[in-house]
Design a protein around this ligand. Structure first.
Ligand code: SAM
Length: 282
């Protein structure tokens, strides 16, 4: 794309039509994103260490009652949760399609002799295996999938859990997704950043499709030297609590329980909630 293509862009994008999400699985992007995951300056790609410790403690003590469990972490990133859970005596498998994150997670597991294995693959296509006590899918990524894909993921997680096993989701609230779509356009410039190693501008605009309950974000990355424009787009499905409950019941889960955060109480990151559900024994 060039700047004229940008100016002549479609006014309102169709959800998921211009791209699925930011390019987590692109090798160069994933190497830059890994730095953001590991940064202790912000909570954007992964939370900072003290918060993750708090979440892991809640999962270990409250959800797993301190008993050793088989855990599958979907969208595990660099394994910041899986590695801590393994250090507490759990056996963990992480799945993610970011090459740099999986390489880092594997290196950490080897260096610390952790009971963790990692697979690089797309959640929609990868084989999850089976017999897990806990399948977790956290930090809002659930909403970035279409509702058809979300059903597929929930059904695959159901098949991977043992009967009575627990699913842990950390999705966005309806309001958080809507507010993101109604936010004003923004831009920034950078000499080197997440979207490029070279000097560039990032122009961001958001749209809220009220009828479908979907937010779509566009990121136009303008290379300063060539003026070339790269577009990324990401859509998010909004769900009310009742929609989450209905979706989980439809996909074979019972006992849906909502929590204000991944630490059980007090929402420190408003807009994200935690919920658990059990694979029914049918
Ligand atoms: C917001 S990050 C969270 C990472 C990790 N759960 C954490 O909290 O530290 C979302 C992760 O989901 C992964 N992801 C997104 N879509 C995916 C897909 N279709 N298949 C596999 N991984 C995916 C990304 O690569 C990224 O590591």
């Amino acid at each position: 794309m060039n700047l004229l293509d940008l100016i002549q862009r479609t006014p309102q994008p169709q959800p998921w039509a211009e791209g699925e999400k930011i390019p987590w699985n692109d090798p160069d992007f994933s190497a830059r994103m890994l730095k953001e995951h590991l940064s202790q300056a912000h909570d954007a790609a992964s939370r900072r260490a003290p918060r993750i410790d708090q979440h892991v403690n809640w999962i270990h003590t409250q959800l797993l009652a301190g008993q050793p469990a088989y855990i599958l972490d979907l969208g595990c990133g660099p394994g910041l949760y899986a590695s801590r859970l393994a250090a507490l005596g759990h056996t963990c498998t992480g799945l993610d399609f970011s090459p740099a994150s999986i390489a880092y997670a594997r290196q950490q597991a080897a260096a610390q002799s952790l009971n963790c294995t990692y697979t690089q693959g797309d959640i929609r296509q990868a084989n999850f295996g089976q017999g897990y006590d806990l399948v977790m899918f956290i930090f809002g990524e659930f909403n970035v999938f279409t509702s058809e894909e979300a059903r597929l993921i929930l059904r695959k997680a159901h098949a991977a859990l043992q009967p009575g096993g627990l699913l842990l989701l950390e999705p966005h609230t309806y309001e958080a997704v809507r507010d993101l779509g109604q936010a004003p356009a923004t831009w920034y410039s950078s000499a080197s950043g997440l979207f490029s190693d070279q000097p560039h501008l990032v122009l961001n605009e958001s749209f809220w499709d009220e009828a479908r309950g979907v937010t779509t974000e566009r990121y136009y990355v303008v290379d300063a030297a060539s003026g070339q424009v790269t577009r990324h787009a990401s859509s998010m499905q909004a769900y009310h609590d009742a929609d989450y409950r209905a979706l989980l019941n439809e996909c074979g889960y019972d006992g849906v329980t909502f929590y204000p955060s991944l630490a059980g109480g007090e929402a420190v990151q408003p807009g994200l909630i935690a919920l658990t559900a059990r694979r029914n024994t049918l």
